[in-house]
Design a protein around this ligand. Structure first.
Ligand SMILES: [Zn+2]
Ligand SMILES: [Zn+2]
Length: 216
């Protein structure tokens, strides 16, 4: 909700079909002079005119806005969110704030950004991203190429043969663009989880036993 220019009086606050009149109390001066008697003598005291609030004019207030020239209304606008914003980032939209008083220029709208968490991609150090990839022990031994989610979409990650459980692989420049410097980007750090079967049987067990024999 914001204050917008009143359509009835086009922001003047004056009832349509009437026009402001010179204030009868101050004669349009906006101030009144009173003579104050004190034991030290008479003084001239100048004060703002109560009848017109110091403007020098009186008018019939517009009934739609009560004389303010603005009415409360909501409006939907589309907002371009720059790459790299984070929770708490403040975006300024020029001229979309409250209308100015008496047809004055409008203020600005400030929008505070909240960023939702992603189930896989965790942001850290504001521009870097971490995630996890899970591969079976056979692929850890032999090496593999795995599809990994990034902020750019799914990307192939080459996992070298002999990768250790818990190893972290770096995907350079797959992180978050720096706010205001979109050509500066963070990296994505992918931690490798290796699954080992809880039990093996049949052919797989025979092969593992054969491997065990080889490594001794
Ligand atoms: Zn007056
Ligand atoms: Zn009005």
């Amino acid at each position: 909700m914001r204050l917008e220019e009143c359509g009835e009086c086009t922001g003047s606050g004056v009832k349509a079909g009437t026009s402001p009149k010179t204030c009868g109390t101050c004669g349009g001066q906006g101030q009144v002079v009173a003579t104050v008697r004190t034991p030290l003598g008479n003084f001239q005291q100048v004060t703002a005119c109560n009848a017109c609030g110091g403007s020098g004019q009186t008018f019939t207030p517009c009934s739609a806005c009560g004389g303010d020239g603005r009415v409360r209304r909501s409006k939907r606008i589309s907002l371009r969110v720059p790459a790299g914003v984070d929770s708490g980032s403040r975006l300024r939209v020029r001229g979309e704030g409250n209308a100015g008083r008496k047809g004055g220029p409008p203020g600005d709208l400030y929008v505070f950004v909240g960023v939702k968490d992603d189930p896989d991609l965790k942001r850290f150090e504001s521009i870097n991203v971490s995630s996890t990839v899970t591969i079976p022990y056979t692929k850890a031994i032999l090496g593999t190429t795995q599809k990994v989610r990034t902020v750019d979409g799914t990307v192939d990650l080459k996992i070298p043969a002999g990768v250790q459980p818990g190893a972290t692989l770096l995907m350079a420049k797959r992180g978050v663009p720096k706010l205001g410097q979109p050509n500066v980007r963070g990296d994505q750090y992918v931690t490798v989880k290796v699954t080992i079967p809880k039990s093996v049987s049949g052919k797989e067990k025979e092969l593992v036993e054969e491997l065990e024999g080889l490594s001794n």
